[in-house]
Design a binder for this molecule. Structure first.
Ligand SMILES: Nc1ncnc2c1ncn2[C@@H]1O[C@H](COP(=O)(O)OP(=O)(O)OP(=O)(O)O)[C@@H](O)[C@H]1O
Ligand SMILES: [Mg+2]
Length: 233
């Protein structure tokens, strides 16, 4: 289980996470929703050790992630697909995927598994990542994260800029990973799509968890979505 306990984070003296506490189980899909600037990305970065909490702790099955350097976190079985993809554009698709494989010395089996999830990449292994379409780059970013064979996957707006059919593909893949017992933390602007596949939902406002709820409860009363995400109903 991945657990955040009373996590506070600051950027240059300004508090952006305030007492953030939640946990994520294996095989569970939890969405973090909130307005722009609410602290969603910062929450994921804190888990990855890319932002250091000033107080509180982040643990994974008893291992204190928040005391590890950032490069050690993926080795504990947590992978992150950042907002905006961040591939190595001059490297081929295969080389980008190998970057993921190196992290945990994953064997070739993992590449086969990943290419099963993203069959469209099979014919593009030699293409430079920078020349792929936006949707294809998103697939590579997810595929690269999966090459580390994570037990927990953090996705920051994976459907950003994708056409609807690809959004569906990404979300289907997320569900497939969940079925393979991967715990998933999903930040997504496409609220309905996120709610459709989530087990639980965290509503973040100004760096605090304003409400922890479920899609079923929100289906009966969408007021919290209006209030914390700014959705019009
Ligand atoms: N490197 C940084 N330096 C200073 N402030 C930052 C930095 N990164 C983020 N912030 C600020 O921290 C707050 C939370 O940012 P964060 O990126 O976590 O929001 P978010 O919920 O992911 O928003 P969005 O939906 O727009 O992606 C914002 O007010 C943002 O301006
Ligand atoms: Mg963000």
């Amino acid at each position: 289980m991945l657990t955040l306990d009373k996590v506070d984070c600051y950027y240059t003296g300004i508090q952006v996470l305030d007492n953030v506490t939640f946990s994520l189980n294996k095989g569970e899909l939890v969405s973090i929703l909130g307005r722009n600037g609410a602290g969603k990305t910062t929450t994921l970065k804190a888990i990855m050790g890319l932002v250091i909490p000033t107080s509180g702790s982040i643990t994974l099955d008893g291992v204190v992630l928040s005391s590890l350097p950032a490069h050690e976190v993926p080795k504990q079985g947590v992978a992150f697909v950042p907002q905006g993809r961040r591939l190595f554009p001059m490297l081929s698709v295969r080389e980008n995927l190998e970057m993921g494989q190196y992290v945990n010395d994953s064997g070739d089996g993992v590449l086969e598994w990943v290419l099963q999830l993203f069959p469209d990449l099979k014919n593009r292994l030699r293409q430079r990542a920078g020349t792929l379409s936006g949707g294809q780059q998103q697939m590579v970013a997810m595929a690269r994260a999966l090459c580390t064979q994570p037990r927990y996957l953090l996705l920051d707006e994976p459907s950003e800029g994708l056409m609807p059919i690809l959004v569906e593909r990404v979300l289907e893949t997320v569900l497939e990973l969940k079925q393979q017992d991967v715990g998933i933390l999903l930040v997504e602007q496409k609220v309905d799509a996120a709610l459709h596949i989530s087990d639980r939902v965290l509503l973040l406002e100004n760096g605090s968890i304003a409400l922890e709820t479920t899609p079923d409860v929100l289906a009966m009363d969408s007021d919290p979505l209006v209030r914390y995400v700014g959705i019009k109903r």
